[in-house]
Design a binder for this molecule. Structure first.
Ligand SMILES: Nc1ncnc2c1ncn2[C@@H]1O[C@H](COP(=O)(O)OP(=O)(O)OP(=O)(O)O)[C@@H](O)[C@H]1O
Ligand SMILES: [Mg+2]
Ligand SMILES: [Zn+2]
Length: 284
């Protein structure tokens, strides 16, 4: 045997060693090859090599399925670890991560439309990313803007998309006294989707406005989408006369599709339920 033939025989032997013969395996009299006693597919085959036919070991069908399942389980394990890691970087609390998802979305006549948009946004996130398309959730207090944004964040995180959720107040608080934190802004842009809660709730100083502009503009320049929530009225945003705000709002309106949240405050309803529950407890 020359060297190549040796390697060839060695390879076949290593497959045989990796998948040893089981007691139920048998030689099929039709082709005189070894068959698996479980799935009844061959564990050997004949291959031509340099003018001769050689019997080689191969993998039977049930073994191939087992290997594939093992590979899939490993892949899933790696994906889960990656998702855990992304969640730890998302800026969301444990409660936000576990309690705000589409399965728990209480549907009312008022939020049916925004819910549909949120689901479509998630389902089409590839296109949203490509087009740098974001959303602007606007409407009165307690109408579910933050909750809906959290649902989008969780749905995307669960499919392995890096999302960071924060608020303008947090971003500005973090920056106090440290000058322009370019590194931090760059860090935010590692997220495929950035969600910033409560535009307009930050202190409206020139310093804060400049920071807000920097954050939005860097996102815009990086061609990455963002979702913003705000209590500001869309008319107010569109027709703002103050040049300092206009600069910020124009950028936002260019890349964020406005979604109106209406109806009664969920928070009021929750408070009412809580009050009723406590009255029952204290006064019964
Ligand atoms: N569709 C929903 N299903 C279940 N709970 C909801 C839903 N929408 C809102 N909530 C709950 O109602 C409360 C208020 O909602 P949320 O904080 O999202 O309102 P918001 O519009 O962001 O208010 P704000 O303008 O004050 O920031 C939260 O406790 C939230 O979890
Ligand atoms: Mg909110
Ligand atoms: Zn088999």
């Amino acid at each position: 045997m020359d060297e190549i033939t040796n390697v060839f025989a060695g390879l076949s032997q290593s497959v045989a060693n990796a998948h040893p013969r089981n007691d139920s395996d048998y030689i099929n009299p039709n082709d005189e090859l070894l068959y698996c006693g479980v799935c009844h597919t061959p564990k050997q085959c004949r291959v031509p090599f340099r003018g001769n036919m050689y019997v080689q070991f191969c993998i039977c069908s049930c073994e191939a399925k087992r290997i594939e399942a093992e590979r899939e389980a490993l892949h899933q394990q790696q994906l889960n670890a990656e998702i855990c890691h992304l969640k730890s970087l998302s800026g969301m609390t444990r409660q936000q991560l576990s309690e705000c998802n589409f399965e728990k979305y209480g549907v009312t006549a008022d939020n049916e439309k925004p819910l549909k948009i949120c689901r479509k946004y998630v389902d089409n996130f590839g296109i949203m990313l490509e087009k740098n398309q974001g959303l602007l959730f606007w409407g009165d207090v307690g109408t579910g803007k933050t909750f809906s944004a959290e649902c989008i964040a969780n749905a995307l995180l669960d499919s392995g998309v890096p999302v960071v959720m924060t608020s303008f107040a947090k971003l500005l608080g973090r920056d106090k006294g440290f000058g322009v934190d370019e590194d931090f802004i760059a860090e935010l842009n590692r997220a495929k989707l950035l969600i910033i809660d409560d535009l307009g709730a930050e202190r409206n100083t020139d310093f804060a406005l400049e920071k807000v502009y920097n954050i939005i503009d860097s996102r815009y320049s990086a061609g990455l989408p963002m979702i913003l929530t705000t209590n500001l009225d869309l008319n107010e945003i569109q027709q703002c006369k103050d040049i300092r705000y206009q600069r910020v709002y124009e950028r936002i309106l260019e890349v964020c599709y406005p979604v109106k949240f209406e109806g009664k405050s969920h928070r009021k309803r929750e408070a009412k339920d809580r009050f009723a529950e406590m009255r029952e407890l204290f006064e019964a």
